[in-house]
Design a protein around this ligand. Structure first.
Ligand code: NDP
Length: 292
């Protein structure tokens, strides 16, 4: 039976550390950190994520402001809004909730964010610094995963780490973090063109699923004793639930759990860590802003 990597407990630890650091920071006479969130349109999942971010921030004493913009806003007007927030010294952290409507290019908007306020860590300057192993804002999901491993005292040095999924927000930055000299895992990144995926995943001491397909990883894909991290958040129709759906991970938890040494649940795993690491990044941004 696997140990459960409980995102709720571990994220509470992160939040309590951020909250304590923030109290010490304000006791020194600094104002509380300030996070601006830009939400374009009314995508229900994005609305829910933004509400979660507002709640988390309030919990630790970070001030937030959500700027809600119409779904048909012109890209140029959105860029102007970003420029205004970049120029506002009272804004420490700034994020634009993704995905954006189809007529707006996500990359153009991310590139416009001041890298010093880029608490999502998606700006090319931050991703480049991450690759080089220099201090940077780290995207919250991979940051949450390594924080989770650290807090559970799982040392990945020398492990075969296999990541399924190569997105810019999860797979690629996580591969970078795991292969750095302070972590020393041997990393394989798989994707939809990988031949014989199971041959790779069965070699994994640390298996990370970031695919976006419910129950994609079954027991046959997992080596006995593997540490299994499930990033996936998939809505599966379920009439028995009030909302009409339930959330499932990319890993078939019930099948894989008996083989794994550690496993994250969905919900209640990586998603909660992701939310907590945004708070950590916002505190870092405030400190840097004060020093600038
Ligand atoms: P993307 O859609 O950007 O990437 C999915 C990756 O999975 C791609 O690299 C894709 O390969 C790969 N893939 C798809 N099908 C297969 C297959 N059959 N075999 C092997 N690889 C495959 O997704 P994200 O990285 O944004 O998100 C992944 C999941 O994680 C989603 O469920 C998302 O909701 C969730 N998520 C959860 C977060 C959290 O906080 N817990 C945060 C962010 C995301 P290719 O590149 O070849 O297309």
């Amino acid at each position: 039976m696997a140990h459960l990597l409980d995102g709720s407990t571990l994220a509470d630890q992160v939040k309590s550390d951020v909250s304590a650091a923030l109290d010490a920071w304000t006791a020194e006479g600094h104002r509380p950190p300030y996070l601006s969130v830009v939400l374009v349109g009314t995508n229900p999942a994005s609305e829910a994520y933004v509400r979660g971010k507002e709640r988390d921030a309030a919990e630790v004493g970070i001030e937030t402001d959500t700027i809600r913009l119409e779904a048909d806003i012109a890209e140029a007007d959105l860029l102007e809004q970003v420029e205004d927030l970049n120029a506002d010294p009272s804004v420490d952290g700034l994020l634009v909730q993704l995905p954006l409507p189809d007529h707006i290019d996500d990359r153009t908007v991310i590139d416009a964010i001041d890298p010093a306020k880029d608490v999502d860590g998606f700006h090319p300057q931050n991703l480049g610094r991450l690759l080089l192993g220099n201090p940077s804002f780290i995207p919250a999901t991979p940051y949450g995963i390594v924080e989770m491993l650290d807090r559970a005292e799982i040392d990945v040095e020398g492990m075969n780490a296999v990541i399924v999924g190569r997105s810019n927000i999860v797979g690629k930055p996580l591969a970078t973090l795991l292969m750095q000299r302070d972590r020393n895992a041997t990393v394989t990144v798989c994707h939809s063109r990988t031949r014989n995926l199971t041959a790779h995943t069965r070699e994994a001491d640390l298996l990370v699923a970031a695919v976006g397909r419910a129950h994609f990883i079954g027991a046959d894909q997992v080596q006995d004793g593997a540490v299994v991290i499930d990033v996936g958040i998939n809505r599966v129709d379920d009439d028995s639930r009030e909302k009409g759906y339930r959330l499932e991970g990319d890993v078939d938890f019930d099948a894989v759990e008996p083989r794994a040494s550690y496993i994250t649940p969905v919900p209640g795993g990586v998603g909660l860590m992701t939310r907590a690491m945004l708070l950590q990044n916002t505190l870092t941004a405030a400190r840097q802003n004060a020093d600038a």
